[in-house]
Structure formats: structure tokens, C-alpha cells
Write a protein that binds this ligand. Structure first.
Ligand code: KG4
Length: 338
């Protein structure tokens, strides 16, 4: 008999459902939420309302695309946290209700584990996956971490941000120059036409493998504020160069610590994950670094970088194989480490 796992993700502003059958991805449906664009950031109350509207059609569509009936599911995996509590409650309640209704096991998944395990999503049976132990640079709107991954469940954070995440640096700086939310993809697009050496912004000097991005954000803000006094059209005239210089600085900060972590651990496999790993510059730079250091680079398909349920379903699939099931009374958690 096949093992069919339905994954449900609702930690922030994407409602997603995916089906994995015997370890192979059959569907991954994502409904984004445009409603937040007008506010320059995710509004938690609006996010949970949109999840309520999206969850039924998204799950139905994931089952339809996977060509599977709900009665044929083996278990339901859902994101327990971290994330926005109101958003998590929608996916959690839906997953519990469906598991009770179908009388099948429930599996809670840590959202950060799921991002790391996105490298084990197989679209075809012959798809390759990283070998343990490996390093994962997890960079998103809420996290910037270097994680040593020893197994599907054993993960150790070697370094993390002490203030803002890399995605926040992209989004907040993008806001300074009037780009829509989320700014990361806009910076990525504009950076391709700019000079990465046009401006220099401050980089942190903190020991170990931790990150800091708040100084860069301030340095970017002050540069724009000062130069605009000389030229009121400074942003319009220099937008591509500003984006290219910002992106290069973020990449330099990220890769400096990643290189140290590779040297310290001696791992042979290095992966990236999280929304910021969709960035073209980050992807190129990590590939180059790994080639130079003679380690294997694992760059995920863009569809698996931002929040998606395929990563929740694959994390759930491996827990299912280990008989790791969850109690129905388990509450969602807004904050938790890996
Ligand atoms: O993992 P994710 O979808 O969810 C949260 O952590 O909420 O990451 C979202 C982050 C945002 O900050 C967004 O600007 C950033 O990922 N992002 C990018 C790109 N695509 C998404 N940043 C830079 N370049 C991109 N192409």
C-alpha cells in the first residue's frame, strides 16, 4: 500500500497544500495574499482571514492535482510553528479536523526543519539529495541561520542573526527607495542592471558565525537620506546601482560566515533554503564559493525556496516512516528554535 501524505502550510502569508506519495511530490498548490502589498508588510489579522478563505480550495486543488481521494491519505502533516499565531491556527485547526474526520494520524512539523528538508523533495524518483552531515544556510524574512544538519531530525544552529534577518534587510532597504513589499524580488531584478561597486555600505564585525543586518540597513538609509539632499532625483537616477550594491553587501555578509562554517565543520555538502535563497546573486555566489571550496552546492528550485507545503509534506513523510505522530491537543507555537 502507498504512503500518501497531505502537507499543510499556513505560517505567514501563503496558504499551501501539497501531496507526497511514497516520497514523490504529486502536487504543491500555493495561494499568496496580495492584500498585504498596500501596507508594506504582512498584517497578521488580514493574513489569518485570507487563510480561512483559501484553505479549503487550496487543499481541494492539491488533492485534485495529485489525483488522489482524501480517503486514500495516510496522514496529515502541518506546520505547527514558528510563525504568526493567527495564521498557524488556521492550518493547525484544519489539519486536526481533517485527521479526526478521516481517522488518520496527525504529524506536526517545525517550519524551519521543513525549509531545511526541502532538499529532500523528489519530483522524480532519481532526484539526488544531500548527504549527512551537511550545512544549510537558511535565509528568509524571519531567519538567517547556519545549520549543521546531522540527520532528518538532528539539527544544530551554528550561527544566527542577532537582529534583523537577511530578508528584512532586503525588504526594509527596498522600502526606503519606494519599492513594493516584499522588496527582495524587486531588488534582485533591478540589481541585474546595476553596478555592485557603485556604493559601499557598512558590514558588521561580530565574532563567530552569527549575523547582523541592522547596521547595513541604517547605513543604506543614511546614504539615501544624505545623497537626496544634493540631488532630489537621487533614488530615480541610481535605483539599479543602489540595488546592486545592497545585494552584493548582503551576499558578502552571508558568504563570509558560510565559508567559515564550511572550514570549521569540514562538511562536503552545502545547501541553501528560505525565501532569500531565491535571489539570483545569492544562488550564483553560493555555487561559486562551493566550487572554489570543492564542496557540493545544493540550490533548491525557486518554487521550494519560499513558503510551500511540499517541504511540510516531505518532513511529515519522514516522520511518518519513523512513526512520529502528534497528539490532537498540541497547540501551535509562534516562536521556537529549530
Ligand atoms: O521564506 P519566506 O517565503 O518567508 C518568510 O520568512 O516570511 O521568505 C520571504 C523573504 C522576504 O523577505 C522576501 O523579500 C525574500 O524572502 N525574497 C527574496 C527574493 N525572493 C524572496 N529576497 C531577495 N531576492 C529574491 N529573489
Amino acid at each position: 500500500m502507498s504512503t500518501a501524505i497531505l502537507g499543510i502550510e499556513s505560517s505567514c502569508d501563503d496558504t499551501s497544500a501539497a501531496v507526497i506519495v511514497d516520497g514523490i511530490l504529486r502536487s504543491n498548490v500555493i495561494a499568496g495574499q496580495k492584500v498585504h502589498e498596500a501596507y508594506g508588510g504582512v498584517v497578521p489579522e488580514l493574513a489569518s482571514r485570507a487563510h480561512q478563505q483559501n484553505i479549503v480550495p487550496v487543499v481541494s486543488e492539491a488533492l485534485r492535482q495529485a489525483d488522489i481521494k482524501k480517503e486514500d491519505l495516510s496522514a496529515i502533516a502541518y506546520t505547527r510553528g514558528p510563525g504568526l499565531l493567527g495564521s498557524l491556527l488556521v492550518g493547525t485547526s484544519f489539519a486536526k479536523g481533517m485527521a479526526i474526520g478521516l481517522d488518520i494520524p496527525l504529524i506536526d512539523v517545525n517550519h524551519l526543519h521543513a525549509h531545511v528538508l526541502s532538499h529532500f523533495i523528489k519530483v522524480n524518483p532519481e532526484d539526488k539529495t544531500p548527504e549527512f552531515p551537511f550545512l544549510c544556510l537558511l535565509i528568509s524574512g524571519g531567519n538567517s541561520q547556519i545549520i549543521l544538519v546531522r540527520s532528518m531530525s538532528e539539527m544544530e544552529i551554528l550561527g544566527k542573526t542577532i537582529d534583523d534577518a537577511a530578508g528584512e534587510a532586503f525588504d526594509k532597504c527596498a522600502k526606503v527607495v519606494g519599492l513594493p513589499y516584499p522588496g527582495g524580488p524587486h531588488v534582485d531584478r533591478l540589481a541585474a542592471q546595476g553596478d555592485p561597486k557603485a556604493f559601499s555600505f557598512s558590514k558588521p564585525h561580530i565574532p563567530g558565525l552569527d549575523y547582523s543586518f541592522s547596521g547595513l540597513k541604517t547605513s543604506f538609509l543614511y546614504t539615501v537620506r544624505d545623497r537626496i539632499k544634493e540631488n532630489p532625483r537621487f533614488i530615480e537616477d541610481n535605483i539599479a546601482d543602489l540595488c546592486a550594491s545592497l545585494q552584493t553587501t548582503i551576499i558578502d555578509i552571508l558568504l563570509d560566515k558560510l565559508q567559515k562554517a564550511i572550514n570549521q565543520t569540514g562538511v562536503k555538502d552545502v545547501a541553501i533554503g528560505g525565501g532569500v535563497s531565491a535571489n539570483s546573486g545569492v544562488r550564483d555566489a553560493v555555487e561559486k564559493l562551493c566550487r572554489r571550496m570543492k564542496v557540493r552546492a545544493w540550490i533548491p528550485p525557486r518554487a521550494f525556496t519560499t513558503d510551500n507545503a511540499a517541504m511540510v509534506a516531505i518532513a511529515g513523510y519522514h516522520k511518518y516512516l519513523n512513526n512520529e505522530f502528534s497528539q490532537l491537543g498540541l497547540p501551535p507555537f509562534a516562536r521556537v528554535s529549530i
